[in-house]
Ligand binder design. Structure first.
Ligand code: HEM
Length: 208
């Protein structure tokens, strides 16, 4: 779980960095999207890798939850958490929210099923108009709400997941523990802020 989780984190960070090119205008984002699509073998290798990592991650999470439940089928009468953060206690919920969000996101921006108006549109240079698609999406308050909710799930999940993976893989050192523990929340906040900046910049009319 730790390894597949970290692989997915790397994707989410690079995806956010790539999407920030929206702030450079249509040419930057559309030519970047075309660059990624122009290498079908690499694109499909990355997609299959991503899908396998996500599948393994979810499968192992389910297996772990079942083992956890079987180890103590009776609920504790009193729950008193000493150290567990909200993020760590809600991993299953934030994970499921994230899965729902990604499913919706793929149908929306990748497959163009949810809002087909912009699915195959081209810009003036003949590139697929990914910029137009994103701007069109976040001018809609319903989409803005859904995507912001997705970022909440993402932020919560990342803030516990990264520190937990690092610990699972045995990276622990008395002098570095505080730094390693803050890695998750810091990366989580950076990714969420990057994504929220995109959503709100369009919604507030700063990017059109
Ligand atoms: C504001 C936030 C986000 C924006 C603006 C955004 C934008 C996009 C766009 C425009 C595409 C389609 C690219 C194309 O048609 O060439 C895409 C695909 C995708 N996004 Fe996002 N995304 C966001 C957040 C996320 C998050 C949080 C995740 C994962 C947790 C994610 C996962 C994916 C995946 C898996 C694909 C499919 C990539 C492929 O075509 O193989 N996205 N995103």
């Amino acid at each position: 779980m730790a390894l597949t989780g970290l692989g997915l984190v790397v994707y989410v960070v690079f995806h956010m960095l790539g999407n920030l090119q929206l702030f450079e205008g249509p040419h930057a984002l559309n030519s970047y999207a075309a660059f990624l699509r122009d290498m079908p073998i690499l694109l499909w290798a990355a997609r299959i890798g991503l899908l396998s990592m996500a599948g393994l991650h979810i499968g192992l999470a389910l297996q772990l939850s079942i083992r956890n439940y079987r180890a103590r089928p009776l609920e504790y009468t009193i729950h008193r958490y000493r150290q567990a953060s909200i993020a760590s206690r809600t991993m299953a919920i934030s994970g499921m929210a994230l899965l729902l969000f990604v499913g919706f996101h793929l149908l929306h921006l990748t497959a163009g099923v949810i809002d087909p108006a912009f699915a195959d549109r081209r810009d003036l240079e003949g590139y697929r108009d990914v910029y137009g698609k994103v701007v069109h999406a976040f001018q809609n308050p319903f989409m803005v709400t859904l995507y912001l909710a997705g970022q909440l799930g993402l932020g919560l999940h990342l803030s516990h997941a990264i520190a937990s993976s690092v610990q699972t893989m045995g990276f622990e050192h008395a002098a570095l523990n505080r730094l390693l523990k803050s890695l998750g929340p810091v990366i989580g906040v950076i990714v969420v802020l990057g994504n929220v900046a995109i959503i709100l910049a369009v919604f507030l009319g700063l990017v059109r």
